[in-house]
Design a protein around this ligand. Structure first.
Ligand SMILES: C[S@@+](CC[C@H](N)C(=O)[O-])C[C@H]1O[C@@H](n2cnc3c(N)ncnc32)[C@H](O)[C@@H]1O
Length: 238
């Protein structure tokens, strides 16, 4: 992903130029089975950073209604609202995923595909995430946790594998469990499912802690020589 993926201006001009929707991380049918297993009658849905993807339309067809789709690009929201003007129980709003303008516990399903990836694109080293990115992602996840109803589900679709991404999700303050599936044929994508009210496993808790351990000042990284216990796994901060 290009560093420009973090800029609103980039997305606005891209959506002005794009003729048809670009689908990130494969088509809905590649991961529909993973969505369906969590759907219940009357699921109220929110799509974060919808872009011009067909994901919202597919969820609506699955019966996720009402369905709200947000993006911080007014250009794509205008286009998607026009394209779907006659579809009932489907709305489109310009909104920043870090500041959701919905009351607590409004949705049973919140889903994002590639939105957090775009927000994290500045990171040079996925092993050592900057405090700015940790804060940015936490703002989104805290908002997701707030607007999810009890037993609600957050789905996150990404190219980022568990050792990099699960530790952001595996924080006890969100009050959800974390699981990960993969899909795709040649290239595998990751499909994370967070269930509000679920428990984190011991591995998840350790992963969650590693997010903060990995945020170190490299100048103060101990060397093996400085460390008498030679605990090299700990030193390399995995
Ligand atoms: C990689 S694209 C993915 C688009 C769409 N979800 C898909 O699967 O095709 C990232 C999207 O996230 C949106 N986005 C980035 N940061 C955002 C933010 N803070 N709040 C809302 N939308 C954001 C961008 O405008 C863009 O539409």
């Amino acid at each position: 992903m290009s560093g420009r993926y973090k800029e609103l201006q980039y997305w606005d001009s891209r959506y002005e130029e794009e003729e048809r929707g670009h689908e990130w991380f494969g088509s809905y049918h590649d991961f529909a089975h993973l969505v369906r297993r969590e759907l219940r009658p009357g699921t109220r849905g929110l799509v974060l950073g919808c872009g011009t993807s067909s994901l919202s339309a597919e969820l609506h067809k699955e019966g996720v209604r009402p369905l709200v789709s947000i993006d911080y690009s007014p250009v794509c929201i205008k286009e998607m609202a026009q394209r779907n003007a006659c579809v009932p129980d489907m709305s489109w709003m310009v909104m920043d995923a870090r500041h959701l303008q919905f009351p607590d516990e409004t949705f049973d399903l919140v889903i994002e595909k590639g939105t957090l990836d775009a927000m994290m694109v500045d990171e040079k080293d996925p092993w050592r995430v900057s405090q700015d990115t940790i804060t940015l992602v936490d703002q989104v996840l805290s908002e997701v946790g707030r607007v999810l109803a009890p037993n609600g589900c957050f789905m996150s679709i990404t190219f980022s594998p568990p050792h990099f991404r699960a530790r952001h999700y595996a924080q006890p303050q969100y009050g959800w469990s974390v699981s990960c599936d993969t899909y795709g044929r040649d290239f595998h994508y990751y499909f994370y499912t967070m269930l509000k009210g679920g428990q984190l496993t011991c591995l998840d808790i350790e992963r969650g802690k590693s997010l903060y351990k990995s945020h170190v000042n490299l100048e103060h990284m101990p060397t093996l020589l400085e460390c008498d216990d030679e605990d090299f796994l700990n030193n390399i901060q995995i």
